[in-house]
Write a protein that binds this ligand. Structure first.
Ligand code: FES
Length: 207
């Protein structure tokens, strides 16, 4: 689906998933119920930043009104995939259960610092919406998912994300499980809500 590299500055960064479609990438992945889930299905393209805005690395707005619970929208910001996952109560429960299994449950590590407004139980401003970069903190690959409980052998009975490069696994808050190659949780980009249905990625002034 995509490849990854490391920028000149040493930051892990995803390669554009489709150079012909450098704008919004919209992916829906339904997670819920039993069995194997996690297949990505194109579902909505809700914003289209201008070429100029993208070149400048400007913040981008994402319309989250059509992300139903259990689905995930991916938007592009500065060439990076940013996931917005609308988590169900069941998914939130799985995060609390994973507290003792993840390496940095409170997101206190500083290599990829989590903004203060996301250093909480669900790593998010609003409990239901996970906003995180889909970039592994090990060597910058793009994890895949979300998978439902039992949906990926590397996750065992847990739901979450899997980095296919070296097997790091993450819970539905983007927290890396213990004893994995990735040293840190998935990065949370600066962001804030402009309204109940619009989130701005790339700007957290007065978040
Ligand atoms: S890049 Fe993700 S585990 Fe190595």
């Amino acid at each position: 689906m995509s490849t990854t590299t490391v920028t000149e500055s040493g930051e892990p960064q995803s390669q554009p998933i489709d150079k012909e479609r450098r704008a919004t990438i919209a992916v829906a992945a339904v997670v819920g119920g039993a069995g194997v889930v996690g297949a990505a299905v194109p579902f909505v393209a809700s914003f289209l930043p201008s070429e100029r805005a993208k070149a400048a690395g400007a913040p981008v707005e994402a319309d989250i009104s059509r992300i139903v619970p259990g689905e995930m929208l991916t938007v592009e910001w500065r060439g990076r995939p940013v996931w917005i996952l609308n988590r169900t109560p069941q998914m939130l429960q799985s995060i609390r259960k994973a507290d003792s299994e993840v390496a940095d449950p409170k997101s206190l590590r500083t290599a990829f610092p989590t903004p203060a407004y996301a250093r909480n139980d669900y790593r998010s401003i609003k409990p239901e919406y996970l906003v995180t970069e889909g970039i592994c903190t090990h060597l910058g690959c793009n994890p895949i998912g979300p998978f439902a409980a039992g949906g990926n052998v590397l996750l065992g009975a847990d739901p979450g994300f899997v980095c296919p490069c070296h097997g790091s696994t993450f819970d539905l808050a983007g927290r890396v499980y213990k004893n994995k190659p990735a040293p840190d949780n998935l990065p949370v980009p600066p962001h804030k809500y402009l309204s109940a249905t619009v989130v701005l990625i790339g700007d957290d002034s007065k978040a």
